[in-house]
Design a protein around this ligand. Structure first.
Ligand SMILES: Nc1nc2c(ncn2[C@@H]2O[C@H](COP(=O)(O)OP(=O)(O)OP(=O)(O)O)[C@@H](O)[C@H]2O)c(=O)[nH]1
Ligand SMILES: [Mg+2]
Length: 283
């Protein structure tokens, strides 16, 4: 990581998230095609937050992205994050850093939007793309999961399906009603909505343009630096916390923690004092 540090910081990291089956992998593949036609080298990370190993769904992704298998300008890697210490926050930034330092112009990170993972992926990316599709009840989900807050660019995929216009309208009015409705004034970013048909590859020129515009805005507004600093802070914290956990696990085999837990449960001690003692035992 120390050797890579001087080479990192050039790539445009784009996160793609959305409900299972919304078309993230198909869209990623179509986007890769457009970016390649612009001569950009593209890295793809498909992160599965729900699986402790790289299994079936990710193999399916390889097949869907098979078009690019022989292209030397494209690198595709699937990884699982559950079961790794620190989860997504621990494993993904390191993989991103390697791809960035290797000179990929754009790195696409696909994560299925379940639970907290879409918020996490937004923390890792320069630009977050939220995908929705008609007939998936995504409108209500979007409002619930707070994905309106994290999207820099919204994609309504499966534009060939009935209800795509409706989904687009709902999304537009939700954005207008949300705290983001006022954005676009005073030089702030107003998230665009792009319609795509990933299987046919339609709409991806527009998506690539929206991504490039967002990247330009990030640079001119100073937001890129802010996001990257925030990301580095999260990364340091994840590494340090993981190291702490490892240390008290290694040093004490968790006996201290067990004993402290028993003393708190029985009322002999309180959790604050116990936590102090646990931290103190590391010095
Ligand atoms: N009709 C239609 N189907 C599409 C479109 N894009 C993707 N699909 C289909 O939707 C299904 C799911 O696509 P994926 O790309 O695997 O979706 P995903 O979001 O990556 O799925 P997970 O990774 O499992 O969450 C596949 O059968 C695709 O062929 C589209 O624009 N129109
Ligand atoms: Mg997928």
């Amino acid at each position: 990581m120390a050797a890579l540090a001087p080479y990192a910081g050039q790539a445009h990291v784009v996160g793609l998230t959305g409900s299972p089956g919304v078309g993230k992998s198909t869209a990623t593949s179509a986007l890769v095609k457009v970016l390649r036609s612009e001569g950009k080298r593209v890295g793809v990370l498909a992160v599965d937050p729900s699986s402790p190993f790289s299994g079936g769904a990710l193999l399916g992704d390889r097949v869907r992205m098979g078009d690019h298998a022989l292209d030397e300008g494209v690198y595709i890697r699937s990884m699982a994050s559950r079961g790794h210490l620190g989860g997504l926050a621990w494993t993904t930034p390191q993989a991103l850093r390697v791809l960035d330092a290797a000179g990929f112009d754009v790195v696409l990170v696909e994560t299925v939007g379940v639970g907290q993972s879409e918020v996490e992926v937004a923390g890792l990316a320069d630009t977050t793309v939220v995908l929705l599709a008609p007939g998936m009840g995504d409108g209500i989900q979007a409002a619930k999961a707070g994905i309106l807050e994290i999207g820099d660019v919204f994609v309504v995929n499966k534009a060939d399906r009935e209800g795509a216009d409706q989904t687009r309208r709902e999304l537009r009015s939700m954005i207008a009603q949300s705290s983001r409705g006022a954005e676009g004034r005073d030089g702030s970013w107003k998230p665009p909505i792009v319609s795509t048909e990933a299987r046919a590859g339609t709409g991806f020129d527009q998506l690539a343009t929206a991504l490039a515009e967002h990247r330009a805005w990030l640079e001119s507004s100073g937001e890129l630096e802010q996001r990257r600093t925030r990301r580095a802070r999260d990364e340091i914290e994840a590494i340090a916390l993981t190291a702490l956990r490892t240390r008290w696990g290694q040093l004490h085999g968790n006996h201290d923690l067990d004993a402290l837990a028993a003393s708190v449960a029985s009322g002999e001690s309180d959790p604050y004092a116990a936590a102090d003692r646990l931290l103190g035992s590391l010095d």
